[in-house]
Design a protein around this ligand. Sequence first.
Ligand SMILES: Nc1ncnc2c1ncn2[C@@H]1O[C@H](COP(=O)(O)OP(=O)(O)OP(=O)(O)O)[C@@H](O)[C@H]1O
Ligand SMILES: [Mg+2]
Length: 400
Amino acid sequence: MMERASLAIAALNYVTIEYIGGMRLIKAYNMGSRSFQKFSDTIHEENAVWNEMSRRMGPLYAAFVIIVECGMLFMVPVGGMFFLKGSFSAGIYLLFAFVGSLYFTELRPLQELGSGFAEVLNGLFKAKDILDIPAFEGGGAFPESCGIELRNVRFSYDGKTDALRNCNLKLPAGQKLALVGGSGTGKSTVIQLISRFYDVQEGEVLIGNKNVREIDYETLLKNISVVFQKSFLTRESVLENIRMGSNATLEQVREAARSAQIDAFIMSLPEGYDTKVGSFGSRFSGGEKQRIAIARAILKNAPILILDEATSAADPENQVEIDKAIHNLCCGKTVIIVAHRLSAIRICDQVAVVENQTITCRGTHEEVLECSAYYRKAWMDYETARQMEYRLKGGAAHGE
Ligand SMILES: Nc1ncnc2c1ncn2[C@@H]1O[C@H](COP(=O)(O)OP(=O)(O)OP(=O)(O)O)[C@@H](O)[C@H]1O
Ligand SMILES: [Mg+2]
C-alpha cells in the first residue's frame, strides 16, 4: 500500500507542477477541462489510496491506539482483581501500576516507530530503484576520431515494445547530421543511446570505431555535450547553472554566454550572474533557458555535440538568437541535431529520417528528398510556410 501511496504522491506532485507551469498554455488553447481531468484523476487516486489504507488499517490501528492510550484502564481492574484474589501484595500492585504507566507512555514512540518503519521500508524500495540504474565501470580511453555509428541497433525501454529496431547510422567525424521524423518515432532515443544513457539490447553503438561500452564512462561523458529537448536548470545561480561544477572563471562563463546570445540578458537581471534561477527555472522563458543550456555546452567544449531541439516554438526574436547560439556551438564539432524546425538543416551535411522505430533513409538533403516521402512532404510544408512568411513581410513593406 505504501508503494502505491508514494506513486500517487509522486504523480500528484508531477501533475501539479505541470499544471501550474502550463497554466498560460492551458488558457490559451482553452484546454481547461481536458487538463483538469488529469489533475482531478491524480487527486482521486491519491484520495482512493488513503481511503483504502484507512479501511484496511483502521480497525487494527484503532485497537493499537486504544491499548496505548488507555492502558491504565485495563491494568487497574485486572491488577486489582489479582490483588483481591491475593495473587500479589499491595506493594507489587502499586509498583506495576507505576512502571506500567511508564511502559504505556513509552509505547507512544513505538507507535511512531511503526509508521516510521513503513516509511523506511518504502524508502529502501525506492533506493533500490535508484541503485538499479546501471553504473558503468571499466573501459578504456576515448578514441582519436569522433565518427559516430549505429549498427543494427535494437532497443526497448520496457523490454516489451521496441523503441528502435534494425537501426543503422554512420556519421564521419567533423560532420553534422540532422535527425528528422514525427513525434514519438525515436529521435531522442537515438541520441540517448549514443551518449550511453541506456545500453542497446542488440547491435552496437560505436564512436571512432570503438563500442561505447569499451570507453570509460566518465571519459565518454566528458567528450559529449548534450543539450536536451527540455532544458534542465538547477535552483542555483545562473553562473552555477552554466558552470555546472567546472572551475571556469566568471570571464570564461561570460564568454560562453556571449556566444550563446544570452550574456546581455543575464547582465540586465538585477543580480546579473548571481541571480538565482528558482525552482524549475520558473523565472526564465523557454528560449532563455535553452540559451543558458547552450552556453553550458559551449563552455564544456566537447568534440561531440548532441542537440535535441526544443519542441515548443520560441518567439521569432528568440529563435533568431537561438539559431545564432546553435551556429556558434556547432563550430568544428561532430554534431547530431534533432531538428524539429527544418531551418536547422541549413548547417547540416547529412539528414536521417526516423520512422517506424528505425532510420529509414539517410544522405544529403537532396538524396533524402529523393528517397523519403515523409521528408519530401515535410520539406514542401516548410517551403510553403517560408514563402508565406516572405509574402507577409513583402506585403507589410508595401503597406498592404
Ligand atoms: N523513458 C521512457 N520510458 C518508456 N518509454 C519511453 C521513454 N522515453 C520515450 N519512450 C517511448 O519511446 C518512443 C520514442 O520516443 P522518443 O522520445 O525517442 O521520440 P521522439 O522522436 O524524440 O519524439 P518527439 O519528437 O516528440 O520528441 C515513444 O513511443 C515514447 O513513448
Ligand atoms: Mg524527442
